[in-house]
Design a protein around this ligand. Structure first.
Ligand code: TXA
Ligand code: MG
Length: 300
């Protein structure tokens, strides 16, 4: 299917699945109530959980959100066309008078915006004259898909974009608070802002989707696990490990582990194991916070 078919589907207020560098998204025209409501229905997502809008540039983003000095700095640094562009969602006040569907923001006075760093997604967004609302293309609370084969939503056309290079959802930032940890870390943000950044402790749920249980495979998961029964159970290893079913990173690279986590869990989830054990992963690196945030939600 050509790109045009997907753009036409969006124009007709229908859903599509689009690739991004983080995870595949379930996209709809963010200006249309009808289209956005289809997202909630397809995912079985509570309508009080707002969506991220995707645009091709900061210039487009500024049509929908109000950027202050800090959010401008972050957008200029992390979004295209900067070379460092990558996987950051900014929560900013909604610009008054925009025609965004009220269902995108679930009644909040802020909007979450991101410029994805994926050539196919950008090509799509450049050709749309509206922003694309897109949550991860999973059923609510299940694992997000990082490749086409792992999309479980039926009867929605999928725009192919290969294996997602980041492998987990974008970092979400509001002012100087990280609402959802991701591949863009606290220190990266602090370097750009030249001020302290805090990671939300989750007690006040600012990102309504950050409820405890999330991203979970159907098979029960055990984390920081040493022993397992190879007859009935699976083990996700890390680093040197001769016993594992799949290895998140043989070289012990945490970024590679982040990239492979959802994909490998998807794979093991299909195989009828009674349990998936995940080996202890590094706890002393910045990305450890991100990785363990995901893991704790699987057992939460
Ligand atoms: O990497 C990503 O961000 C992927 C790809 C497809 O772009 N999208 C994604 O969307 O992860 P979703 O819907 O699965 O997660 C969006 C999160 C939710 O936790 C939601 O509550 C939060 O963003 N969110 C959306 N708008 C918000 C707002 N105005 N204030 C605070 N949190 C918001
Ligand atoms: Mg999601």
């Amino acid at each position: 299917m050509s790109m045009n078919v997907f753009i036409e589907a969006l124009r007709a207020n229908n859903l599509i699945i689009l690739p991004t560098e983080t995870v595949y998204g379930l996209g709809a025209n963010a200006l249309s109530d009808e289209a956005v409501l289809k997202i909630y229905k397809a995912k079985n997502r509570p309508t009080k959980n707002p969506l991220i809008i995707h645009v091709a540039s900061l210039e487009e983003a500024m049509k929908y959100g109000v950027f202050n000095e800090d959010s401008l700095k972050l957008a200029k640094h992390f979004w295209l066309p900067a070379k460092t562009a990558n996987s950051l969602t900014l929560v900013v006040p909604i610009k008054s008078g925009t025609k965004l569907s009220k269902y995108v923001t679930a009644g909040l006075d802020t909007v979450a915006i991101r410029v994805p760093n994926h050539p196919v997604a950008l090509e799509l967004l450049k050709q749309c004259n509206f922003p694309v609302a897109a949550p991860s293309a999973n059923i609510s609370t299940q694992l997000s898909p990082t490749q086409k084969a792992h999309v479980m939503l039926k009867d929605i056309p999928i725009l192919e974009g290969g294996f997602a290079q980041v492998g987990i959802e974008s970092t979400i930032v509001e002012n100087t608070t990280i609402l959802r940890p991701g591949i863009i870390t606290k220190s990266m943000l602090e370097t750009v802002l030249q001020k302290p950044v805090v990671i939300s402790d989750g007690k006040v749920i600012k990102a309504p989707g950050m409820t405890k249980r999330h991203y979970a495979p159907q098979t029960p998961v055990v984390i920081d696990s040493i022993l397992y029964d190879p007859a009935t159970e699976a083990r996700l290893g890390f680093g040197k490990d001769n016993q594992c079913t799949l290895n998140l990173s043989i070289t012990g690279d945490i970024k590679e582990a982040v990239r492979n986590l959802f994909a490998y869990l998807h794979e093991l989830d299909q195989k009828g194991y009674t349990r998936i054990h995940i080996a202890p992963l590094p706890k002393d690196q910045e990305l450890s916070i991100t990785l363990y945030d995901k893991l704790h939600r699987m057992i939460g």
